[in-house]
Design a protein around this ligand. Structure first.
Ligand code: GUN
Ligand code: FE
Length: 454
């Protein structure tokens, strides 16, 4: 019989599609030495009893207690690691002022590696404790500190995709917080890519370099083109902000007489491994371009409520074949929890559908067909994020990584309202989605390794 590294026994919930949750009751999950799910066995299969007999007394056998469930680890598709230091503050002014008043001055401090280490260690620990097993990070313009973030993800076992941020335009950025010049920005990016690829070799879960023009207003045309070329040369992921606020969207229109999507595409920045944050002002042809190029959207529902006063039409974008995941956008979004973002995604979509102005007739208030269910928001935070990154993550399925969070619904200090031992599992799932807190996340595993427990 095959030797497995770990065997888990319990009930799991994972997305089959945006609208379908797969529930595997009391299944066995057999994890190989690479940390991948090699086999999932149902209680009806003959192997089940054999596996149970072989493994149940061994140290690598893990049986969930009553009231505990497996969920896939969350995938945060958009998070600014340095901004963790100001999370929960400074959200009362528009994006442009927020960047210049609070955010650029904070990020400039990451030239100090001691400060960077403090903040980066804490944000990685915090995200893991919130069930986030994979995160697509913006760091800062500093090459060394960005590398330190990748190293911290590597050490703590999180699958970090990390970008050294490029901001080379002297016109678009403050004097004390930008790349020295375009050539240096590109050279630093290339060195960063090579260093992270080297670092990745010593990790089990992988860490990845990401080509990261902050957004068009921060970058010269030469930098944007150079970054598109680097992404193609090294086949890396790409991330940026796209059509986020009125101001940013209008700026690009004025500079290029086109929307962000087409401007980014001209520089080779829309490809299968691209993830664009926000995308509040996409027009129909932008949406089609995303679908054609395989570019994914990082939906940031909390942040969008503050900076964009906007809700993107998830259901419509899905119907057009665009991949979408969920982003916390720390600290434009205040919460490190994708549970909070799942909840906001659902609430925002309902406001988009139903409108919020009660003085208008119902049919004229909102955008019909926009509401999404909690199942679809969960998909964004898990399977949708995995698809967006073109990695086998975000589902509990053979061939996927064992990246899971174990939710305890019976923790004495944080019990969920489940009173019937035979409660319908779909209801249990919804209660976890709406009511779970970090306390309920008892263990977090990445690539078959335990990376957090409480
Ligand atoms: N646009 C450019 N930079 C940023 C940032 O740090 N946060 C958000 N939300 N939008 C941006
Ligand atoms: Fe952002």
């Amino acid at each position: 019989m095959t030797e497995y590294m770990q065997i888990f026994l319990g009930t799991s919930f994972s997305s089959k599609s945006p609208k379908e949750i797969q529930i595997l009751k009391d299944h066995l999950y057999c994890i190989n030495t690479d940390g991948m799910i090699e086999k999932i066995v149902s209680p009806e299969e003959p192997d089940y009893q054999t596996l149970l007999a072989t493994y149940q007394d061994q140290d690598n056998f893990h049986r969930l207690a009553e009231g505990q469930y497996f969920l896939p680890g969350f995938i945060d598709l958009h998070v600014h690691a340095p901004q963790w230091a100001q999370s929960g503050t400074a959200l009362d002014i528009p994006l442009y002022d927020w960047l210049n008043t609070y955010t650029f001055p904070l990020e400039s401090k990451f030239s100090d590696l001691d400060f960077a280490k403090k903040v980066y260690s804490d944000v990685v620990d915090t995200l893991l404790a919130n069930g986030t097993t994979t995160a697509l990070y913006f760091a800062t313009v500093h090459k060394e500190a960005s590398l330190l973030l990748a190293q911290i993800c590597a050490d703590k076992g999180q699958r970090g995709l990390v970008g050294k941020v490029v901001m080379d335009d002297p016109q678009g950025n403050p004097e004390n917080y930008r790349d020295t010049d375009t050539d240096t920005a590109l050279k630093d990016t290339e060195e960063f890519i090579l260093a992270v690829k080297e670092l990745a070799k010593s990790t089990k879960q992988g860490v990845y370099p990401v080509v990261t023009p902050r957004f068009i207003p921060s970058c010269t045309n030469e930098a944007l083109q150079g970054l598109g070329d680097l992404a193609a040369k090294y086949d890396t992921h790409i991330q940026s902000h796209c059509s986020e606020s009125d101001w940013a969207h209008g700026y690009v229109q004025e500079r290029f007489q086109k929307n962000d999507a087409f401007a980014l595409h001209d520089f080779g920045l829309l490809r299968d491994k691209s993830v664009m944050a926000h995308c509040n002002f996409l027009e129909e042809e932008d949406v089609e371009l995303f679908a054609e190029t395989g570019t994914a959207i990082a939906h940031c529902p909390i942040s969008n409520a503050y900076f964009a006063n906007s809700v993107i039409p998830i259901a419509h974008f899905h119907s057009k074949g665009v991949e979408i995941g969920l982003g916390s956008d720390i600290s434009g979004g205040f919460s490190p929890s994708l549970f909070d973002n799942i909840r906001q995604a659902v609430m925002s979509s309902r406001m988009l559908e139903d409108g919020v102005n009660p003085s208008l007739p119902a049919q004229e208030r909102g955008l019909l067909g926009s509401r999404i269910k909690i199942d679809e928001a969960f998909y964004l935070a898990t399977a949708g994020g995995g698809k967006s990154l073109s990695l086998p993550i975000g589902r509990i399925l053979e061939g996927y990584t064992w990246d899971v969070q174990i939710i305890d619904t019976k923790l004495p200090s944080a019990r969920l309202p489940i009173f019937d031992g035979n409660e319908d599992l779909e209801d249990v799932f919804q209660k976890m989605m709406y009511l779970a807190r970090p306390e309920n996340i008892r263990e977090v595993w990445v690539q078959g390794e335990k990376v957090h427990s409480r």
